[in-house]
Write a protein that binds this ligand. Structure first.
Ligand SMILES: [Zn+2]
Length: 322
């Protein structure tokens, strides 16, 4: 049983005409995804049980479990002034704080739904994305680190022991890595194009102090073949699960490694995201009763993004406990 969070609210973070991280990314998702799901269920060939979650913005105190108050002030102040740039490529509009807080809020609710056993897994189709945001800097289209806040909440408020974050966005999630780099209870595993934005993600970056060995980076060359990518992903995934033994799995689900993506293309096809989803589900089944929280990150070709999300959701929704 899957819970999905989506809505036109997430289109209201207005980054302006021509910005790749715009509302256009998710318009079709909001308009058509659920009507695609309904007939697929009837034809008995597609989706499993899916419910739609409600959207409640996170309180500032929840955001500050990860982010410094000065950074939250900055996002609030730029929003209150009608919008503007917070870094060279990250722009806010007059409602961005509220929408970013809503993005965090649905990830928190998704943790509740999964850990309280109402749903096996969850998919949060939110924007702005989060994995580049560090504890004190909003950057790379990201305001607050949605998945990091959700992981922190799962550990502190739900008393889980360990969380595994799998980041298959084409960009390295420097923010998530940075936030948990010295911590032992969150394992961060990333595959990403390298060298590429934001510059981090070398395989020598493995954590520090209590977090040493809890970060696994698998950089991918721009011309890597699909089969090599999937082989590397699978190898890393096995290592990550064995080392972490997670109580909950989170996916930073960016779809910008798709070959049609205008920002990140790493040559992947839509079906590859289905295969990667199945690999994660198989292992989550063994380690943590299939508990997966998937959070949208990048993906800038609206058509490819829609198809990839639909397949990802389909794979999540047919999960049955064994
Ligand atoms: Zn990305």
């Amino acid at each position: 049983m899957t819970i999905i969070y989506l809505g036109s609210l997430f289109e209201e973070h207005d980054t302006g005409a021509g910005h790749p991280e715009s509302a256009r990314r998710i318009e079709k998702v909001n308009k058509d995804l659920l009507s695609t799901v309904a007939p697929a269920i009837k034809s008995d060939g597609g989706f499993g049980d899916i419910t739609v979650g409600s959207i409640t913005p996170a309180e500032r105190t929840v955001i500050e479990k990860v982010h410094q108050s000065g950074q939250v002030d900055k996002v609030m102040n730029i929003t209150a002034s009608g919008g503007g740039f917070i870094d060279g490529d990250t722009v806010l509009s007059s409602d961005s704080y509220h929408i970013a807080a809503a993005a965090v809020g649905v990830c928190i609710d998704a943790v509740d739904q999964i850990v309280d056993q109402n749903h096996h897994n969850a998919l949060c189709l939110i924007r702005p994305p989060g994995h580049h945001a560090t504890a004190d800097t909003s950057m790379g289209f990201c305001l607050f680190n949605n998945i990091a806040i959700a992981a922190e909440y799962a550990l502190k408020n739900k008393q889980l022991g360990r969380v595994l974050i799998i980041d298959w966005d084409v960009h390295h999630g420097n923010g998530t890595q940075d936030i948990f780099y010295g911590k032992e209870d969150v394992f961060y595993f990333s595959t990403h194009r390298y060298p590429f934005y934001p510059g981090s993600g070398h395989e020598s970056e493995t954590g520090t102090g209590a977090g040493l060995g809890k970060t696994l980076n698998i950089p991918m060359a721009a011309d890597i073949s699909r089969s090599d990518f999937l082989d590397q992903f699978q190898l890393g995934l096995d290592q990550a699960f064995v080392k972490c033994k997670p109580d909950l799995v989170m996916i930073s689900a960016g779809f910008d490694a798709h070959y049609l993506d205008p920002v990140g293309s790493l040559g992947l096809e839509t079906e590859d995201f289905g295969l990667m989803t199945e690999m994660v589900i198989d292992r989550a089944r063994q380690y943590c009763a299939g508990r997966i929280l998937s959070v949208l990150e990048g993906g800038y070709h609206p058509g490819a993004l829609y198809q990839s999300i639909a397949l990802h959701l389909q794979k999540l929704s047919v999960y049955k406990p064994s």
